[in-house]
Design a protein around this ligand. Structure first.
Ligand code: B12
Length: 210
C-alpha cells in the first residue's frame, strides 16, 4: 500500500506508471482526492523545483515529473467530480505569454469547475490579445492569469493595461497567481486579487463576485 509520502517520492522519480498505480491505490483505499493532490502530488513536484534549482535535476527530468504529476491529477480529478450545471460565474483563464507551466493553472481550473464556475481555458503561452479577445467574446466575470516565471510576470500587467485601453477593465475582475506571484505584486499591477493555491482561488473568485 502506498502512502502520500511515497506518492510524492514517485513524482520526483518521474515514473508515470508508478505514479498512476500509487494514485489509484490511494483513491481505491478511500483517500480523499484533494489530499492526494495537496499532500502527495504537489509536495512531490515542489521538491522537483528545489532539486532543479540546486542543479540536482534537469529539464528532461522535470518534464517527466510534470507528466507523472499530471497523470496523477487526472485520476484524482475523476473522483472529485463537479456540479452539473455551472452557475457560479464564468472565468477566462490562461498561462501568460512565454509561460508553458500549466499544472497549477489546471488545478485552479479543476477546483473552479467543481465549484460550479464555467471556464474558458486559453491554455499556455497566451498572448495579451488572446485575453482581450476572450473577454470580448465570452464576457466572463473573472479573468485569471497564471505565471511561474519571474520573466513572464510582467505580461499580467500588460493584459490589465490592454483591458483598460479597450474599456473592458471595469467589466471584469482580474485575479492572478503562480509560485512567484504575491499579494503585493497583485496590488502593484492593479489586479483585483491574488491566491496562493487552488482552494483559495475559488474562495477569492466567489468573494469578488459577491
Ligand atoms: C514542473 C515545472 C516545469 C515543467 C512544466 C510542465 C507543465 N506542463 O506545467 C517544465 C519542465 C516544462 C518546466 C520548464 C521550465 N521551467 Co519550470 N518548473 C516546474 C516546477 C518544478 C513545478 C511547477 C508546478 O507545477 N508546481 C505545482 C503547482 C501545483 O503549483 P503552482 O504552479 O505554483 O500553482 C499553484 C499556485 O501557484 C496557484 N496558482 C497557479 N496559477 C494560478 C492562477 C491564478 C489566477 C490563481 C488565483 C492561482 C494560481 O494555485 C496552484 C495550485 O495550488 C517549478 C518549481 C516551483 N517551485 O514552482 C519550476 C520553475 C517554475 N521552473 C523554472 C524554470 C527556470 C523553467 C525553465 C526556464 C527551465 C529551462 N531552462 O528550460 C522552463 C521554462 C519553460 C517556459 N517557457 O515556461 C523556475 C523558475 C525560476 C524563476 N524565478 O522564474 C522554477 C521556479 C524552478 C526553480 N526552482 O528554479 N518547468
Amino acid at each position: 500500500m502506498s502512502s502520500l509520502k511515497e506518492l510524492a517520492e514517485l513524482v520526483i522519480t518521474g515514473d508515470i506508471q508508478k505514479v498512476k498505480d500509487a494514485t489509484k491505490q490511494l483513491l481505491e483505499a478511500g483517500e480523499d482526492p484533494l489530499r492526494v493532490i495537496n499532500e502527495g502530488l504537489i509536495p512531490g513536484i515542489n521538491e522537483v523545483g528545489v532539486r532543479f534549482k540546486e542543479g540536482e535535476m534537469f529539464v528532461p527530468e522535470m518534464m517527466m515529473s510534470a507528466q507523472a504529476m499530471k497523470a496523477g491529477v487526472e485520476l484524482a480529478k475523476e473522483k472529485i467530480g463537479g456540479t452539473d450545471i455551472p452557475t457560479a460565474g464564468k472565468v477566462v483563464m490562461g498561462s501568460v505569454k512565454g509561460d508553458l507551466h500549466d499544472i497549477g493553472k489546471n488545478l485552479v481550473i479543476m477546483m473552479l469547475e467543481s465549484s460550479g464556475f464555467s471556464i474558458v481555458d486559453l491554455g499556455v503561452d497566451a498572448p495579451v490579445e488572446k485575453f482581450v479577445q476572450a473577454v470580448k467574446e465570452h464576457k466572463p466575470q473573472v479573468v485569471g492569469m497564471s505565471a511561474l516565471l519571474t520573466t513572464t510576470m510582467p505580461v499580467m500587467q500588460e493584459v490589465i493595461r490592454a483591458l483598460d485601453k479597450e474599456g473592458l477593465r471595469s467589466k471584469v475582475k482580474v485575479v492572478i497567481g503562480g509560485a512567484p506571484v504575491t499579494q503585493e505584486y497583485a496590488e502593484e499591477i492593479g489586479a483585483d486579487g491574488y491566491a496562493p493555491d487552488a482552494g483559495t482561488a475559488v474562495e477569492l473568485c466567489k468573494q469578488l463576485l459577491n
